[in-house]
Each structure stands twice: as structure tokens, then as C-alpha cells.
Design a protein around this ligand. Structure first.
Ligand SMILES: C[S@@+](CC[C@H](N)C(=O)[O-])C[C@H]1O[C@@H](n2cnc3c(N)ncnc32)[C@H](O)[C@@H]1O
Length: 221
């Protein structure tokens, strides 16, 4: 037994586990056509293709003039926004640093912080017509905790969308385990003309991520 009270074999086993999971990650990256395509087309992340595919299916980017990108880093979704809506004002936020993107205001800040909504709204010269959230909480490996943390982010993103969107606006967010829970779904249905779920082809089959697409914001009473 070591001074830490841990069996040295245990440390070795977890190091081995880490090494093999890093190796699996590397193999998957090298064999992933979306990773190759992202590199070839100059996108910072393969996630860019999820937004492109969601747009192809749900037509969410047409006519957008102001957009918010929650969980912007490393910047793939905002690159797509700049390309498909070149005149739109775009603001993004992330806990992690994001390299500058021309025409995009970026905050390195926790979206859950009290000052985040005002910072985002202040960077636009009017209400957004699109709020995107690709935020995912860092997983701790405890299924229930991970689910709750991610749902917390989604709920806050829904609140922000309802408080800030222009009438007719669109909200798109990453959700887990097949969709949104009942309370959230009811809230979305009450506030938007249509609410759909989708798993774009670029989303890995073994990931439980899905996206909720809520269109036609009814406006604040
Ligand atoms: C899957 S990545 C986003 C990828 C991005 N859509 C792209 O195309 O490059 C999820 C991001 O959510 C961010 N995130 C998680 N929790 C957050 C929080 N509380 N506030 C801001 N960003 C957060 C993470 O730091 C991470 O960069």
C-alpha cells in the first residue's frame, strides 16, 4: 500500500485505462470522415457539420440578423453562422477561450453567471432571432449527476431564449437521452409554434446527444 493509502496496482490500472481510452479517442479522430472534412474546409470543429445538417433539415439560418452562440468554443458553429448569415451580428460565450472570429463578439465567461445574459444582449443591437446552445457540462462519470448538470444548462438556455428572442425567433439546443424532460417540453411548446427533436448524422451514434429545435417564438406576454 502506498502512503496515499491506494494500492499501487490500482494507480497503474487507472493509468492503463486512461491510455487505452486516449488511444481509442485518437483512432476514432483519425478515422472520422467529419474530422477530415472539418480540417479540409477550415472548420475548427466537426460540430460545425451538426449545425449545417440541422439547417438543411429545419431551415434555421435563413434570414437571421442577430444570433447568440452558447458554448461557442472552439468556434465551429459561429464559423457556419458567419458563412450562412454574413450580415448577422453574432455573440458567443464559453468558459473556455475561443480564438477570435471576424464579426463575432466572444465572451470568455460562465453562461450561468448572473451577468451573462446582460453581456450577451448588450453585444447585440436588438433582440436575437436565433439562440443556439451546444453547451455540454463536463461529465464526471456519474450518470445522474451528468444528466442533472446538463439539464441545468439547457433549462437556463431556454429561460434566456424566452427572455431575449424576437417574436418568430428560433431556439436550438443540445439535449441528452433522447430529448427534453416533460416540464421543459411543456414550456417550449407553450412558447414556440413548433418543437422538434433530431439527431443529425454528424452526431456520433454512441453519444446520447440529441438536439431540440423550437421555431416560431410566440413572444413575451
Ligand atoms: C461541444 S462544445 C461546443 C462546440 C461548438 N458548438 C463548436 O462548434 O465549436 C461545448 C462547449 O460548451 C461549453 N460550456 C459548458 N458549460 C458552459 C457554461 N456554463 N458556460 C459557458 N460555456 C459552457 C464548454 O466549455 C464547451 O466548449
Amino acid at each position: 500500500m502506498s502512503r496515499s493509502g491506494r494500492d499501487p496496482g490500482e494507480r497503474l490500472r487507472s493509468a492503463k485505462k486512461r491510455t487505452s481510452s486516449s488511444a481509442r479517442w485518437l483512432t476514432r479522430q483519425l478515422n472520422d470522415p467529419y474530422v477530415r472534412q472539418a480540417k479540409a474546409e477550415g472548420y475548427r470543429s466537426r460540430a460545425a457539420f451538426k449545425l449545417i445538417e440541422l439547417d438543411e433539415k429545419f431551415d434555421i439560418l435563413k434570414g437571421v440578423t442577430r444570433a447568440v452562440d452558447l458554448g461557442i468554443a472552439p468556434g465551429g458553429w459561429s464559423q457556419v453562422l458567419r458563412l450562412k448569415c454574413p450580415k448577422a451580428k453574432v455573440v458567443g460565450i464559453d468558459l473556455l477561450p475561443t480564438d477570435p472570429i471576424e464579426g463575432v463578439t466572444i465572451f470568455e465567461m460562465d453562461f450561468m453567471a448572473d451577468e451573462a445574459p446582460a453581456a450577451l444582449e448588450g453585444a447585440l443591437d436588438g433582440p436575437p432571432d436565433l439562440v443556439l446552445s451546444d453547451m455540454a457540462a463536463n461529465t464526471v462519470g456519474h450518470k445522474q449527476t451528468d444528466h442533472l448538470r446538463t439539464m441545468g444548462l439547457v433549462e437556463t438556455a431556454v429561460d434566456f431564449a424566452i427572455q431575449s428572442l424576437a417574436p418568430g425567433g428560433t431556439f436550438v439546443a443540445k439535449v441528452f437521452a433522447g430529448g427534453t424532460d416533460t416540464g421543459l417540453l411543456t414550456l417550449l411548446k407553450k412558447n414556440f409554434a413548433s418543437v422538434k427533436h433530431a439527431k443529425p448524422p454528424a452526431s456520433r451514434k454512441d453519444s446520447s446527444e440529441w438536439y431540440v429545435i423550437a421555431k416560431g417564438f410566440k413572444g413575451r406576454e
